[in-house]
Design a protein around this ligand. Structure first.
Ligand SMILES: Cc1cc2nc3c(=O)[nH]c(=O)nc-3n(C[C@H](O)[C@H](O)[C@H](O)COP(=O)(O)OP(=O)(O)OC[C@H]3O[C@@H](n4cnc5c(N)ncnc54)[C@H](O)[C@@H]3O)c2cc1C
Length: 394
């Protein structure tokens, strides 16, 4: 939001409590064109991808940091119907035309090309796909705005610290005031009254960082996704990576971020099990057992593998998996950007743009993105619906 606002010439201040277990800091930052069982094009890909690509490139240039990586990602077919669906959906003349129209390239891959993964049915590569190293991005962003005295690293009590006047929003505790405030709080939005009705439907996610002898040349979507983690010394050499991320679980029952209780240990075992299932039997690192957190283990052929880290966070998801954005119903200077679910890296830059269009140019937020759409639907009131789609009066 801050980057997009700055690009529109606005002066911004960012207040953030940089908690290590925020969804963004734990996320893998994957941006993937084809997702889900149906192998559908990601929702509004053609609109969202160019904007996120441009924004992350701009932020990289502005901070002289490397955190956005675009490369082909692989997907391994999990069943015969999935394989058939791919060829039917994307390898027909119509599918190829659609690919070209959305600027993506999908190429079937044979089992041998997908090593070290177990892929008896083959798979496909998809390009472009991106990975945002979210922690590096957030750290670089904080450093950038801090250098301009525009970054406040603290937790705000939004109920107490935030004052709303007819033409501005004030944070007296920081001596700050501005014309507009956008609350981008993720799951923490539930603890203040401003957007208390935000229909969040959160989901915990766990990921593991493993060290492995298996050579992982690309981001791979299999029983789980696997991400080779680049090190600074070898920025473009994925094949020599030995640290990887494996994820993610999706759970709506356990909504804390602890990795120490029995439920969390269950998530860790689930991910290790998936990792074992994904590898071809000949892969040295296949067969990781979980001897306990952070301890090394011996894989199938005597290679050392270990769980380096287990991380968990709660995704600010919504009921229909679409974002939740827009103005406060009675305070026209207060907005929210939330409900990013599992696709914050792809969607956030364009959603920020749409909010800015609403604030600066009075453009309506379309109904499918409005944060009050659920309440709107249950009331079934057409007048209210059209009210909500209108930008606030200035
Ligand atoms: C395991 C896992 C894997 C994921 N993988 C991916 C992926 O591959 N690709 C993808 O696109 N998405 C992924 N996601 C989802 C992604 O993390 C979210 O879509 C996105 O990061 C949500 O961003 P947010 O800014 O809305 O919320 P958050 O990341 O929760 O950020 C909110 C920030 O606001 C701060 N804050 C809140 N209240 C206050 C306050 N009162 N005062 C000060 N600061 C405050 C918080 O401290 C935090 O820093 C994943 C999520 C998880 C959990």
């Amino acid at each position: 939001m801050a980057w997009q606002a700055t690009q529109r010439g606005l002066e911004v201040a960012v207040i953030d409590d940089p908690t290590p277990s925020s969804s963004s800091r734990v996320a893998a930052g994957l941006v993937t064109p084809i997702t889900g069982d149906r192998l559908a094009l990601s929702w509004r890909w053609s609109e969202f991808y160019p904007v996120c690509n441009a924004l992350y490139e701009h932020a990289q240039r502005s901070t002289a940091t490397d955190f956005w990586h675009v490369a082909a990602a692989w997907r391994v077919f999990q069943s015969d119907p999935e394989r058939e669906r791919f060829f039917h959906r994307w390898w027909s003349e119509e599918g190829k035309r659609e690919m070209a129209a959305c600027g993506i390239t999908l190429e079937p891959m044979h089992e041998d090309q997908l090593l070290p993964f177990r892929a008896p049915r083959g798979g496909f590569s998809m390009c472009p796909a991106g990975r945002l190293d979210t922690r590096a991005y957030l750290d670089a962003t904080a450093k950038h705005f801090r250098s301009k005295d525009r970054w406040y690293s603290m937790r705000l009590d939004c109920n107490e610290d935030l004052k709303v006047a007819p033409d501005r929003v004030l944070v007296p505790r920081l001596g700050l005031q501005g014309r507009i405030m956008v609350l981008c709080q993720g799951i923490a939005a539930r603890t203040n009254h401003w957007f208390a009705g935000l229909p969040l439907h959160p989901a915990r996610g766990d990921i593991l960082e493993l060290s492995t002898d298996a050579s992982i040349p690309a981001v791979v979507h299999h029983e789980a996704w696997v991400v080779p983690v680049q090190s600074a010394s070898e920025p473009n050499d994925h094949s020599r990576c030995r640290r990887i991320l494996v994820g993610a679980t999706y759970d709506r029952q356990c909504l804390d971020t602890s990795v120490d209780h029995s439920t969390a240990r269950g998530f860790r075992s689930e991910l290790l099990q998936r990792w074992n299932n994904m590898l071809a039997a000949s892969t040295p690192s296949a067969g990781v057992h979980d001897p306990g957190y952070c301890e090394a283990s011996i894989g199938g052929d005597g290679y050392e593998v270990s769980v380096l880290r287990h991380l968990a966070a709660v995704r600010p998801a919504s009921y229909d998996r679409h974002p939740l954005i827009g103005p406060h119903p009675t305070e026209p200077n207060l907005y929210c950007l939330n409900g990013l679910g599992s696709k914050g890296s792809l969607m956030a830059p364009q959603l920020a743009n749409l909010l800015l269009d609403c604030m600066l140019e009075n453009k309506a937020i379309e109904p499918s993105l409005q944060w009050r759409r659920r309440e709107d639907k249950t009331r079934g009131d057409d007048d209210l619906r059209s009210d909500l789609s209108r930008p606030p009066k200035r």
